[in-house]
Design a protein around this ligand. Structure first.
Ligand code: MG
Length: 231
């Protein structure tokens, strides 16, 4: 993955799940809900659906050479991505699992003072809104792009081009941040965008120090003339 020069970053597009928060229990809950949807669709048990989805994912991954999303597995088994997401909206309770982290709120708040921040996610708009509001990140974000915009899951070249065009900057000024290279970063990188793989809170928080050199120094809390007057 190419290193980016901090000076060129004028906007950031974050993935949501696994990137702006990392929560294995909620990820497992999403997989369980997917299996429940496929089980209902095919008239099989949830255990059978879980095994079938794992085998299908492995087969698709081997055939394509890239990691496959839940959406791709669902479609391969005869499911409908829109129906799957309706099922998610009614069955998933992110608030039960996710924990608000002040360090992430501060990171995004600080970055948002300098450049516009966006989300581009394979999650749907209802759950994305609930998650970012619950995590306290909603105010830092300029806009969110969700799977409902096109009902085509990442990776999707057309959608990445549309997002970069809407942001209105050259691709080399738009940093994409995600936890899965094949899903979140490969297409943006091919289109000329800098990318950053973040799979843990520590990696996410490092963004501040990686980007800070490109931003003007923070204004001092007390203006210089008042500092002089006090001394
Ligand atoms: Mg992700």
């Amino acid at each position: 993955m190419a290193a980016f020069t901090s000076g060129e970053i004028r906007a950031i597009v974050f993935d949501l799940d696994g990137t702006l928060y990392v929560c294995d229990r909620f990820a497992a809950e999403i997989h369980d809900a997917s299996a429940a949807y496929i089980a209902g669709l095919m008239g099989i048990s949830q255990d059978e659906a879980t095994h079938l989805m794992a085998a299908t994912r492995a087969r698709l991954t081997e055939a394509s050479g890239t990691v496959q999303t839940i959406s791709a597995v669902c479609v391969e088994l005869g499911g409908d991505v829109q129906e799957l997401h309706n099922f998610f909206v009614y069955n998933l309770r992110p608030e039960t699992y996710l924990v608000r982290d002040e360090r992430v709120i501060t990171l995004l708040g600080d970055l948002a003072k300098q450049i516009p921040l966006y989300i581009y996610t394979n999650n749907n708009r209802v759950l994305t809104t609930r998650i970012i509001t619950y995590l306290g990140l909603d105010r830092a974000l300029r806009a969110t792009f969700t799977i409902d915009d096109t009902w085509r899951a990442k990776p999707d070249e057309e959608m990445v081009k549309k997002i970069v065009a809407e942001i209105g900057l050259p691709p080399n000024n738009v940093l994409f941040v995600g936890d899965r290279y094949d899903v979140d970063l490969r297409v943006p990188e091919q289109l000329g965008c800098p990318v950053y793989l973040s799979q843990s809170l520590e990696q996410l928080l490092r963004l501040k120090e990686l980007l800070t050199p490109s931003f003007p120094a923070d204004k001092p809390a007390v203006p210089a003339d008042q500092q002089a007057a006090r001394s």
